[in-house]
Every structure is written in structure tokens, then in C-alpha cells.
Design a protein around this ligand. Structure first.
Ligand SMILES: C[S@@+](CC[C@H](N)C(=O)[O-])C[C@H]1O[C@@H](n2cnc3c(N)ncnc32)[C@H](O)[C@@H]1O
Length: 137
């Protein structure tokens, strides 16, 4: 489940990895219609469109009514101030061992405080200056 598709560059890499590892489904979210159209075209041109669903609209609204049963990997790269709310939305479907990868996490101090809280149900490490890798316990 990816938050923030843009033109689909990260999505292309994620979906190619799914294909290389035997399949699966990536759901990605983007609210700018021009970007949604270009991302879909890029994924079709790469022959990867059968493993991805791009949902158009505000992730907080379009994800809630139709969440998958469980998620393995959640790359966060949309609006940074929304990271805590997106995490709250997805949290019930994060199975133990699933990973959340937050880009520019230093722009969301509330998010960092939450995933680094020892009582919060996560194990979290900083991978680089601004990338936070978090595992659901
Ligand atoms: C940094 S870009 C994503 C880049 C992409 N992950 C990549 O590496 O190719 C962030 C994108 O998130 C989108 N976005 C921001 N807030 C959003 C929201 N609430 N719902 C859906 N998309 C959102 C923006 O329109 C923007 O295209």
C-alpha cells in the first residue's frame, strides 16, 4: 500500500519487485488527476499494470472504505503531515512483521514520536537522514 504515487517512479520499482518475487498487488494513491493518468500510462507501458491499482483521490478518503485484509509493505511518500493519520487508518491491517517505510520522516515529528514510542507497538530505526523504517510488532 503506497501513499503518494506521483508519476509512478517508485510504483514502477515496487511493482517490478512484486513481479520478480512471484506476484501480489500494490495499491497506490494519488490525488492529482494528471499524475494518476501518467502513472497508469507508465505502468501500462512497462507491462506491470496487472499488479497495481492506482486509487485517485485523497488517500484518507479513498482508502478507508476498501482496505485490503492485510498489508506487507507501506511506503509513505505523500503529504508528510498526514503520515500519522495514514498510519492510524492502515494500522488495523498491518500484520506483525509488516514494514512501513517513511520518506522525509523528519518533516513529520508526530509520526516519528509515535513509531519510536516503546509502547506503541512498533520497532523503528532511521535508515538515512530522513528515511524511517518501521516494523509492526
Ligand atoms: C513526493 S511525491 C511521490 C513520489 C513517488 N513516491 C516517487 O518516488 O516517484 C508525493 C505525491 O503524493 C501526493 N499526495 C499528497 N497528499 C496526498 C493525499 N492526501 N492523497 C493522495 N495523494 C497525495 C502528491 O500529489 C504527490 O504527487
Amino acid at each position: 500500500m503506497e501513499f503518494g504515487t506521483s508519476f509512478g517512479v517508485s510504483t514502477l520499482h515496487l511493482v517490478a519487485a512484486l513481479r520478480d518475487n512471484g506476484g501480489g498487488l500494490l495499491i497506490s494513491t494519488e490525488f492529482e488527476p494528471v499524475k494518476v493518468a501518467q502513472a497508469r500510462a507508465n505502468l501500462t507501458a512497462a507491462g506491470l499494470d496487472d499488479l497495481v491499482e492506482i486509487r485517485a483521490g485523497d488517500a484518507l478518503e479513498i482508502l478507508a472504505p476498501d482496505l485490503p485484509e492485510a498489508m506487507d509493505l507501506v511506503p509513505l511518500d505523500g503529504a508528510k503531515n498526514l503520515y500519522p493519520r495514514v498510519l492510524s487508518l492502515l494500522e488495523p491491517r498491518l500484520r506483525p512483521g509488516s514494514l512501513v517505510l517513511a520518506d522525509n520522516a523528519d518533516w513529520s515529528p508526530d509520526y516519528l514520536a509515535r513509531v519510536r514510542d516503546a509502547a506503541g507497538g512498533y520497532l523503528s530505526v532511521s535508515l538515512a537522514e530522513d528515511v524511517e523504517l518501521t516494523m509492526r510488532l
